[in-house]
Design a protein around this ligand. Structure first.
Ligand code: GDP
Ligand code: MG
Length: 203
């Protein structure tokens, strides 16, 4: 078997969109409802197997870029790929994602593979891109845990603010991969990193 190719992937996006949760789902296949915020940057490794190659992804999960933006270039410098995350229930988080993408396109490695990822698909409350059964089931579970939700900042009760079609057409125009995910259910998570690996593999 070929020796794994090592790839640096950086996660960017507004606080609380689910960056750490996506990495945790991808690497450990787990989800924590009230995740402790990341302090500084953490990095985790996971392999992606393609037909005739293995890519070893070193995934840099960052926090605090909102307040310490000047540190961000340190994270995306030398990155071959970036996952820019927004929360489909907060349209302001897509605006923030777009400004990260502009910055990456200006300042990062010119060949960087960028994926725009709309997370929290389980909260969509619509059936456009979700299996209707799965959406209904999760909505019901969530409505029974009101106390916990309030403590967590009441994620539940939120619903989609960003149409998939809107984000997808922006992504196509900007030359990005586009996926919707749920770190909670796992939907789209492995696909995100596999799509990135496939695109890198062609470079
Ligand atoms: P980060 O600041 O971008 O790293 O976001 P976190 O991973 O810390 O997640 C922020 C909050 O959103 C936590 O309470 C998570 O449990 C929650 N969260 C993350 N991903 C999802 C998701 O896909 N669905 C739902 N319902 N909640 C999520
Ligand atoms: Mg985090």
């Amino acid at each position: 078997a070929a020796k794994p190719i090592q790839i640096k992937v950086v996660l960017l996006g507004e606080a609380a969109v689910g960056k750490s949760s996506l990495v945790l789902r991808f690497v450990n296949d787990e989800f924590q409802e009230n995740k402790e915020p990341t302090i500084g940057a953490a990095f985790l490794t996971q392999k992606v197997r393609l037909d005739d190659s293995v890519l070893k992804l070193d995934i840099w999960d960052t926090a605090g870029q909102e307040r310490f933006h000047s540190l961000a270039p340190m994270y995306y410098r030398n990155a071959q790929a970036a996952v820019v995350v927004y929360d489909i229930t907060r349209s302001s988080s897509l605006d923030r994602a777009k400004s990260w993408i502009k910055e990456l396109q200006r300042q990062a490695n010119p060949n960087i593979v960028i994926a725009l990822v709309g997370n929290k698909l389980d909260l969509a409350g619509d059936s456009a891109d979700t299996a209707p059964g799965a959406a209904d089931a999760s909505a019901e579970t969530e409505s029974t845990s009101v106390d916990a939700d309030e403590a967590a900042g009441a994620e539940e009760g939120r619903s989609r603010q960003v149409a998939a079609a809107t984000a997808r057409s922006y992504a196509e125009e900007a030359g990005l991969l586009f996926l919707e995910t749920s770190a909670k259910t796992g939907e789209g998570v492995v696909e995100t990193f596999t799509e990135i690996a496939k695109k890198l593999d062609l470079n």
